[in-house]
Structures are given as C-alpha cells and as structure tokens.
Ligand binder design. Structure first.
Ligand code: NAD
Length: 393
C-alpha cells in the first residue's frame, strides 16, 4: 500500500462545473509519428470532464483506493507548512502538473525518503531537480505527447494575437468604442514574415506544420537537426545556433525544455540582436528568458510584443511585471490543460501508475529519469551536468 501525493490546481472559483460547454470531445487515436495514445486498463472519468483541478483528482481515486492505496490531493504546495510538505515524508509517488507545479527541489527530495516515482501529469519535468532525482534513484516520468498539439495550437493563436493586435482591438469593443485607427496602428499580416522556432521537437514541429499554410518563411534551430525530407517538405531554413536564428526573423517561438543550456537564454544581449519590433512567443518555460529584460525590451520597442503562458514562479505574484508590461498577450499556464488535453494526460498518468504498481516497464517515451540516469525522452531533451534544473529552485 502506497501513499500517492497529488498536487492539482484549485477548483474554479464558481465551483466544480455541473455542466460543460460541449457534450463530448473528439476521440484522438494516435499522435503524429505513430506514438499511440495512453492505454490504461480502464478510465475513472468521462473524457471532457475537468480533471486537472482538486475535485477532478485526475479521475484516479476509485482506482487507487480499490487497490488499497492512499490518495492525497491538494493544491497547497508552497512553503514548509504546506499540505504538500506535510505529506511528502511518507509519499511513494508524487503527481504534479506543470500548470501548478509542486517544486521538487533537492531539499524537498531529501525530505522524501520513500519517494520512488515523480510523475508529471503533462509534459515538462523541470519542476523536479533532475540531478537530485538521479542521485536519489527516483524515477521521473511524464505523459509525452499528451498536450503537445494543445500547446502548438495555443502558440499559433498567440503569434496571430500579437501580430494582428487582437487583444487591444477586442478591448475597444468591450469599452464601447469603434476605434479602427487605434486598433490597426500596430496590426500586421503574418504573411511574408520570417518566423523562427527554437526547438523543433513534438510541439515545435507541430507549430511548423500549422504555420506553413500561412505563407511565412519558416526558420528553426534545434540541437538535433530534423531529417532533410522534413526540412524540404516544410521549406525550412535551419540555423546552427540561436544567435543566427533570432537575428534572421520577425517572430521567435520557443519550444525548448528548460535545462542549463536554455536557462536565461533570452537576455538583453540576445534580445538586442533581434530585428527591432520582433515578437516572442514562449509557451516553453519562463526562465528561458530574463524576466526584466523582456519588460525593458517591450518598453523601448525593441520587442513589439511578448506572449506565452509560462511564468516563474507559478502562480506568479499579483505584482509580477508581466501582468502589466506593454504589448503582452499572456495567459496563465493553460495551453496544455484544455479539457481535451486533460483526458489524455489523466489517462497517461493512470497508465504509468498501472505499470509502476504492476512492476511493469513504463513506456520508454514517458521516461525522463530512470535507474539513476536520464532515460527515454529525458535523455534526448534534457542535460544533467551537475547543475540543478533551474525551475526546481
Ligand atoms: P520534445 O522533447 O519533443 O522536444 C524538445 C526539443 O528541444 C528536442 O527536439 C530537443 O532536441 C530540443 N532541445 C533541447 N535542448 C535544446 C537547446 N538547448 N536548444 C535548442 N533545442 C533544444 O518536447 P515537447 O513535447 O516539444 O515540449 C517542449 C517543451 O515545451 C517541454 O520541455 C516543456 O517545457 C514545454 N511544454 C509546455 C507546455 C505548456 O503547457 N505550456 C506543455 C507541454 C510542454
């Protein structure tokens, strides 16, 4: 019998929804490239339900309790007096979502001698100190691909929202105005722009495919170059480094994992080497940028806009400068937590738990750390070189 400690975001302020906007969600049967969708023995929820909040419990309670395990679900995750820290010392499994991350720092891992599995219900395990997890022999797993398309759609939306000046124009409607000139003085077509993607992994490639029909010039940089046929098919210009990419484009869209190589990559130096009036969209991780350098660049006009859904820390303080900086189109960390995505990552979480409790191998593509080393997707996407994953600090 194990204790499973699950950290989820709070319920809606209006309470757990009695009814949804739509009656069902489409059934997705596979991912691009052939990876199969999660395949647990059973589901403890109806796809389309709100699962990522405390009352949603990722649909896990019945299954875990029937197997004799204890499930603790809380949103109280920060500080030494939090419910999370209270339950950590005897937890065998910690489940957390990047949208409301339970930061598993080295200090916290040291307080969790029973911890064997840190499971990310979603994608991106930088809230776990991967070096500390490696040393402690903890398996880190995430539900690879579960929300990649969800994030790609959000990134495309935010690129268009910035370039076309959507949110300020919408605000004129709400305010009772019809101020065409005010709306369009910052509005452009995306067509003909140079758009650069940093990291052409699952999400980055999905964005490239979605942007290709917009008749833009597509560029990318990734430490692993794409096959030649993909570059040809999408008419991609490859750049050998970030500097080359950012100085060649009008829009930069970031999809790299946060690890020591990408931590604070977008500082004033790099931003000042971009074309004046560039846009940045970042749905990867906030700490790939230097917070105040983004604000400064928006104020001076070096950047024409910044959007994304990732912040640090999460949740950010009410006075976080990204809430009020000019020309932003930020959302909270929601791109990967649509009701559609939740159905997939909740099913994937259950699949991983079923494998773990049956002592069966967890799918390789779900693994980030296993057996005291980076493994599976983790070995391809992260570095563990003695420096902590910065997001876990
Ligand atoms: P992926 O593993 O499929 O792709 C990551 C890509 O990054 C790989 O192609 C890898 O080669 C490349 N890469 C690694 N280090 C790099 C570097 N220094 N420079 C350039 N490229 C580098 O991952 P994915 O599913 O596409 O997700 C990417 C990231 O997006 C995740 O790590 C996560 O942080 C973030 N994410 C955000 C959300 C959200 O809700 N906003 C949801 C899912 C994932």
């Amino acid at each position: 019998m194990a204790k499973i400690l699950c950290v989820l975001y709070p319920d809606p302020v209006t309470g757990y929804p009695p009814v949804y906007a739509r009656d069902s969600i489409p059934s997705i049967t596979g991912y691009p490239g052939g990876q199969t969708v999660p395949d647990p023995d059973a589901l403890g929820f109806t796809p389309g339900q709100l699962l990522g909040c405390v009352s949603g419990e990722l649909g896990l309670r019945e299954y875990l309790e029937a197997a004799g395990h204890e499930l603790v679900v809380t949103s109280d995750k920060d500080g030494p007096d939090s419910e999370f820290e209270k339950h950590l010392p005897d937890a065998e499994v910690v489940i957390s979502q990047p949208f409301w991350p339970a930061y598993l720092s080295a200090e916290r891992i040291a307080k969790a001698p029973e911890l064997k599995l840190a499971l990310t219900a979603g994608i991106g395990s930088d809230h776990v100190d991967l070096d500390a997890a490696i040393k402690a022999g903890i398996t880190v797993a995430e539900v690879t691909y579960s929300n990649s398309i969800s994030v790609a759609e959000h990134a495309v939306m935010q690129i268009l929202a910035l370039v076309r000046n959507y949110l300020p124009s919408h605000q004129w409607v709400v305010d009772g105005g019809w101020n065409i000139a005010d709306c369009v003085e910052r509005a452009y077509d995306l067509e003909g722009f140079d758009v650069g993607i940093i990291a052409a992994g699952r999400i980055g490639q999905a964005v490239l495919r979605r942007l290709a029909p917009f008749d833009v010039n597509l560029h990318y940089f990734d430490t692993r170059r794409l096959p030649e046929e993909v570059e040809k098919e999408l008419n991609l210009t490859y750049h050998p480094d970030v500097q080359s990419l950012v100085s060649s484009v009008d829009v930069v869209d970031i999809h790299a994992p946060l690890h020591p190589q990408t931590y604070h990559l977008f500082d004033a130096n790099l931003i000042n080497s971009m074309r004046r009036g560039s846009y940045i969209v970042n749905t990867a991780r906030a700490e790939i940028t230097v917070r105040d350098d983004i604000v400064d660049a928006l104020r001076t006009g070096q950047l024409a806009g910044y959007a994304g859904d990732v912040w640090f820390p999460q949740p950010p303080a009410p006075d976080h400068p990204w809430r009020t900086m000019p020309h932003e189109a930020m959302t909270p960390h929601v791109s990967g937590s649509t009701l559609s995505a939740q159905a997939r990552y909740a099913a994937g979480t259950r699949e991983i738990l079923e494998d773990y409790f049956a002592s069966q191998p967890i799918r390789d593509e779900y693994l980030i750390v296993a057996g005291g080393a980076l493994a599976g997707t983790g070995a391809a996407s992260y570095t563990a070189d003695g420096k902590a994953s910065p997001g876990a600090e």
